[in-house]
Design a protein around this ligand. Structure first.
Ligand code: SF4
Length: 233
């Protein structure tokens, strides 16, 4: 496990340095902006979020502005993204933050999960992507990658707790590296290790992967993916 983990981490980070998409929420460490992007990405494609994200931020640039807004205005700004419960939760969360003594978003996942609409993934994502904490953030994409790489044939049967435990062990201790690692696992799941058509033949981590390294030689040139996926988080 230790050798596989090391190889996986090294290959993944090298690939991410070359192949990562330049997405607006990757250029900021502002907790509010990171949170808004995470909530939007939960059930919406990246390309759509890229359109709505700057508009929403222009209208509601920070927690205080969002907290003061009328529900109807928030709903209007969310129009086109769907799944309006997310907008309601985000609004409620902004109000909860505004009532905190320091009026800021906590950096501890254990505190973050107490806020409206924040589950374990979002808590980890905010902690690592905004505060560069060395904690895991396992969304659907990251979970799929970890299952395939570390569980191989048992991927579908792996318990969520076991996946999170592996993610925790994999995250680099240095915060900036942890940020890159967490982004990279999700990026690999979105671009290469897709749900229905994993691109194993060209995958940068294949030598470290229990699933990809089992491919027969004649399959190695054939399994090309054709779908684009950004999983819900
Ligand atoms: S080798 Fe295949 S299964 Fe393994 S991580 Fe890459 S794409 Fe996913």
């Amino acid at each position: 496990m230790a050798e596989r983990a090391q190889s996986f981490r090294r290959r993944l980070l090298n690939w991410y340095a070359r192949a990562a998409r330049d997405l607006p929420w990757r250029r900021t460490r502002d907790p509010y902006r990171v949170l808004v992007s995470e909530v939007m990405l939960q059930q919406t494609q990246v390309s759509r979020v890229e359109q709505f994200y700057p508009r929403f931020l222009a209208r509601f640039p920070d927690f205080a502005t969002l907290a003061r807004a009328r529900p109807r205005a928030v709903r209007e700004a969310w129009d086109g993204l769907g799944y309006y419960a997310r907008a309601r939760n985000l609004h409620a969360l902004a109000r909860a933050v505004a009532h905190r003594d320091d009026a800021t978003l906590p950096d501890d996942p254990a505190e973050l999960v107490k806020l409206p609409g924040v589950g374990p993934y979002t808590a980890g994502a905010v902690a690592t992507f905004a505060y560069e904490k060395a904690v895991p953030a396992v969304d659907t994409n990251a979970s799929r990658v970890i299952r395939r790489v570390f569980f191989g044939k048992r991927a579908a049967r792996a318990r969520p707790k076991d996946v999170w435990d592996i993610a925790r062990a994999l995250v680099p201790k240095d915060g900036k590296r942890a940020w890159r690692f967490n982004q990279a696992v999700m990026e690999l799941g979105a671009l290469v290790c897709r749900a229905r058509s994993p691109a194993c033949p060209t995958c940068p981590v294949r030598p470290a992967c229990r699933t990809g390294s089992r491919l027969a030689p004649d399959q190695r040139g054939r399994r090309q993916g054709d779908e684009s996926e950004r999983a819900g988080q």
